[in-house]
Every structure is written in C-alpha cells, then in structure tokens.
Write a protein that binds this ligand. Structure first.
Ligand code: ADP
Length: 371
C-alpha cells in the first residue's frame, strides 16, 4: 500500500515491521491540550510524517509513542500489543533526535554499540552488527573516530546507525535534520528514505518543514492544535486538502470566496467549471495553486475557467515568474509559470487586465464545514 515499500533493490527487510494504532489519545498540561483525542493508523513498514507548526503537538505524540510521556487517556498499539503503559526500553523502538545525543567520550563504534550492550548482545556479534550499521549509513571504517572529529552530517549518521543497529521494528525521528545546512539536509532526506526502503521498519518522522514531509513520506498526518487535520499521501494532501488549514499550510495557495446559485458555483460573478464537489457542506472557498493557474485570453477553453484580474505585480524569480493580480472585488490571484523567453516576452504589464485561467480539475472547492 505504500508508494515506496519494496521498491528498493537491497533485498528483504531484516526485521519484521509492525503497524501502529493510536486511538483517542489525550494529553493535557494544565490548561493546554497538547493532544486532543488523536487517532492515527500507521501501516506496517510505512514512512509516516507528523507535520504541523510549532506547538501543534507533534513531539508530544512522538514521546507518547516512545513511552516517555504517558497520555491522560487513549490507547497505543504496536501490532496487536497495547503498549501505552509499557516502559520505553521495552518498546523495541529506535529513536533519532535533532541534537544527536551521542556520548562525546566514546568513539563512533562504542556509541553505535550502546543499544546492543543494553540488550546484552555478545561482543563478537555486536562488533559485526556495528560494522554493518556503519556501512549502512556510509561511515564504513570510521568506527574508531571520536564524535568531536565528525561533521554535523556524520554525527547524525552515527545517531541513525545507533537507532537501527538493534533492528527495531519501529523508528521514531524528531526533526533529525533541522540542525544541518540546507544542502546536507536535502541529501540526507534522500538517504534516510533509501535506508527506510532497505530496512523496511515502520517509521514516524516529525517535521515542521512541509517540503521535507512531501519529499520523504508515504503519508503525512497534518497536525494543528493537538488534532490530526488530515492523513493522506503527499499528492493527496496537496491536491485535495480537507480544510483551509491544510490548504494554507502546504504549498502556496490563494483562497477565493465563492457562492452557490442554482446549484452552480460562482467566483467573482463567473460560473465555474469544477470536477469535484466537496463532500459535506456548501462550497465557500476556491483554492488555487499558482502553478496550476496560467495567463490566458479572455475566452475560456472547454473545461477551463478564466477570471479577469488587474495585474499588480510581475515577479521574476530566475527559473519561474509569479504574476499577481486582483479581481474586481479586490481578491488576490496568482499565476506561476516557467520563465521561458517566450513567456517573458508575452508578460503583461502592471495595471493591465489579464485572464487568469485554470482547469476544472484544478479548481479545489473547500466547504464551510471544512474551514
Ligand atoms: P510541537 O512538537 O508540534 O512543536 P509540542 O508537542 O512540543 O509541539 O507541544 C504541544 C503543546 O503542549 C504546546 O502548546 C506546548 O507548549 C505544550 N507543552 C509541551 N510540553 C509541555 C510541558 N512539559 N509542560 C507544559 N506544556 C507543554
């Protein structure tokens, strides 16, 4: 069921992964409700990301899964087993944090061997497993190095090796890449995903970075105010957000007011062609992604919509351009395009009126119940 599962050529996963089932989890701190009846289903071997703004409850949920926080109410199952009262070290989960949490006085190999020592794995076997884990994170031969001799990216690889060396069935990661610079972060996103595909463990990954979530995940749970807003594939979230929060949190968007007359949805007085009507509730907003909007002549092609707007800004951004306009009622609309020479030559000037066009399939309606 997962987009990437089994797609790697690295052979069969070593550890059997298991699903995670969260039901009705509540955690309050005084007057703050950090988690408000959270339900979540993570499939076996899935890469699930918890995405949300700061303070939305992501870390609290991850700590509930790890066993460091006991919720006020609710259930957490790993496979068939209820674990909500189980101590962290009995949960068989690997963890990676933002700040590595490595032991500075131990060398790389000893850091990675630590969870094996806790589990009383014989020394010879432990040494073999440490070597394999080092290879896995592409640090082969670096076992004798001291932690302070490593770069940030290398330290994070050591932390990762330590989290996977005992072959846990579940790996939890809390913003593991946020201390790295952008180039390394981009690289490590791909590496982490590759490692997940090789090992096949169920992975829960916390980030506030929507691009990171879109890049890495099988599915994303968007969290705000201690509640799961929507769980879907990256593409599902982007193209069919369930509510206004998700629409505005993920990707660039413009929200335009709509009203329904005689069963037809109108925006700025123009009847709209739309492919999908929102389930439940009356459409209130039209969500448009700038890259799905293009500049056009006034006449609409079949199945396309055109709204006339006055150009207020043309912004050149190197590979692309962004044209911003206002409809008659003052609402903003944007179109983004590839900055080809031909497109730039046709660019309207500020103050002119242009058609902002979009296909019926790209007209996403949000219902009142969802805002
Ligand atoms: P996120 O990881 O999404 O940034 P957190 O899970 O850390 O969010 O926090 C969720 C909410 O719970 C926030 O309002 C935060 O201030 C509050 N919170 C978290 N931990 C504590 C704590 N130990 N004591 C009091 N409030 C807390």
């Amino acid at each position: 069921m997962t987009a990437h599962a089994g797609s790697s050529g690295a052979g069969t996963p070593r550890a059997a992964s298991i699903p995670i089932t969260v039901r009705g989890v509540v955690k309050t701190y005084g007057n703050t409700t950090a988690l408000d009846r959270v339900d979540l289903d993570v499939a076996s071997g899935e890469f699930m990301t918890l995405l949300g703004p700061s303070g939305s409850g992501k870390t609290t949920l991850l700590m509930v899964l790890a066993g460091f926080i006991r919720p006020d109410d609710g259930s957490v199952r790993f496979g068939e087993r209820e674990v909500v009262r189980l101590a962290p070290h009995k949960r068989d989960v690997g963890m990676v944090f933002q700040n590595y949490a490595l032991f500075p006085h131990l060398d790389v190999a000893a850091n990675i061997a630590y969870p094996l020592k806790l589990r009383r794995v014989p020394a010879a076997e432990a040494a073999q497993r440490v070597e394999a884990a080092l290879d896995m994170v592409e640090l082969g031969g670096m076992g004798k190095r001291r932690v302070h001799e490593l770069s940030g990216g290398q330290r994070q690889r050591v932390a990762l090796a330590r989290a996977i060396v005992f072959e846990p069935r579940i790996v939890l990661m809390d913003e593991p890449l946020s201390a790295l610079d952008k180039q390394l972060r981009d690289h490590m996103q791909i590496e982490l995903r590759r490692l997940h595909d090789q090992l096949g463990m169920t992975t829960i990954y916390v980030t506030h970075d929507q691009r990171e979530a879109l890049t890495m995940s099988d599915r994303i749970a968007v969290i705000a105010g201690g509640r799961v807003q929507q769980v879907d594939t990256p593409r599902g979230l982007y193209e069919r957000p369930a509510n206004r929060f998700v629409a505005e949190f993920i990707g660039e968007s413009a929200l335009l007011a709509v009203d329904v007359r005689d069963g037809v949805c109108h925006c700025a007085g123009v009847p709209l062609a739309v492919d999908v009507w929102p389930a439940g509730g009356t459409p209130r907003h039209l969500l448009l992604r700038p890259e799905r909007v293009y500049l056009a002549e006034a006449a609409a092609a079949d199945g396309h919509n055109v709204l006339a707007a006055r150009i207020v800004d043309v912004i050149y951004q190197g590979d692309s351009f962004l044209v911003q306009g206002t409809l008659a009622d003052g609402t903003r609309i944007s179109a983004r395009g590839i900055a080809t020479a031909a497109a730039l030559a046709r660019m309207p000037a500020r103050g002119e009126t242009a058609g902002f066009a979009f296909a019926a399939r790209d007209a996403v309606l949000l219902a009142d119940s969802a805002t």
